[in-house]
Design a protein around this ligand. Structure first.
Ligand code: ADP
Length: 306
């Protein structure tokens, strides 16, 4: 069995009696792009901060490529690169200065070739000698990715990396992150842009109120929750709604066509059996695929704690 890139076991964090992270466990395979999603206040940042060692763990363990991040803190710190949500920068240093010195902070010698790659791939070259305080928001984000990667971490954690970034830059950043991933870096990502998570992540975990409420391969998640609305075209017009469809929310579209919302757990093939039993032969069927956005709402709203 391969050692997971990240293994979280029964992790807990309480602030003044409030469970910010409530007994979560999951692991990430090496080379994966893993999405950690959840509404504001779900506990994502607290989890990330415990992984990177910024926040103390109350209970549970975190291992990074087999190293316990409390017992072997210096080793795991070197293995992890974090791009935090808030822009944390040293205002009066230049991009060049910060990148030159930052690897040393992790006890890793400066690698000019890697530094040059990061600078060029992230479009930082024209801005190298500007002090941080003078950088635009988008530039700061690009710089923060470079800073998170300067010591060549095995696990890159991106907390809302593209928040407030324009579409073009988002595209560039994602392309770069994919490239880094192809070169072997494991990625843990939180994002509000669910479409991005859908495209980027192999698996997605959803947190709500400190708990992990779903962990699924992205394509399965989309399959499982994805085809809830179905449009059927019947072989003859129905002036009135056919009887026997009480289990569905039915919306007539025209005399031939209905839109049906499937109850939870029901599959499209089960719907076909129901229609057949009711002697409602159909000539066409189309499923409306829900995006992660709809699924996210379904899951976080249906699993509110009691
Ligand atoms: P997310 O990143 O998913 O938006 P957070 O991890 O930031 O969620 O927050 C989870 C919960 O923990 C929230 O209720 C938040 O108010 C609380 N929290 C986070 N950090 C602190 C802190 N330093 N002190 C007190 N409460 C905190």
């Amino acid at each position: 069995m391969t050692t997971p890139a990240l293994d979280i076991i029964h992790l807990n964090k309480t602030y003044n009696g409030h469970h910010a992270v409530d007994d979560i466990s999951f692991s990430i395979e090496p080379g994966e792009i893993f999405g950690l999603l959840g509404p504001n206040g779900a506990g994502k940042s607290t989890t990330i901060n415990m992984i990177s060692g910024v926040t103390r763990i109350d209970k549970g363990t975190i291992t990074v490529f087999g190293y316990d991040n409390q017992k072997a803190y210096r080793t795991t710190r070197r293995m992890i690169g974090v791009m935090h949500q808030e822009v944390v920068i040293d205002n009066f240093f230049t991009i060049d200065q910060t990148l030159r010195f930052h690897a040393g902070y992790y006890g890793i010698p400066d690698d000019p070739q890697w530094r040059t790659t990061l600078i060029d791939r992230l479009g930082l070259r024209p801005h190298l000698h500007k002090v941080m305080i003078k950088l635009s928001g988008g530039l700061k984000r690009r710089f923060m990715i470079a800073k998170a990667l300067i010591h060549k971490p095995n696990l890159l954690i991106l907390d809302e990396p593209t928040a407030g970034v324009d579409v073009e830059l988002r595209h560039t950043l994602w392309e770069f992150i994919r490239e880094i991933n192809h070169q072997g870096t494991t990625i843990l990502l939180t994002t509000h842009y669910l479409e991005e998570a859908e495209q980027m992540c192999k698996r997605i975990a959803i947190m709500n109120h400190g708990k992990l409420i779903t962990l699924e391969e992205t394509h399965r998640l989309l399959q499982q929750f994805g085809a809830r609305r179905v449009m059927v075209r019947l072989n003859r017009p129905y002036p009135e709604l056919p009887n026997g469809l009480d289990a569905f929310s039915v919306e007539p579209l025209d005399p031939f066509s209905l839109r049906l919302t499937l109850p939870n757990q029901m599959t499209v093939s089960e719907l076909l059996i129901v229609l057949q039993r009711l002697d409602l032969p159909i000539v066409d069927l189309e499923t409306e695929r829900a995006g992660l956005e709809d699924i996210f709402l379904q899951i976080t709203q249906s699993k509110e704690p009691t």
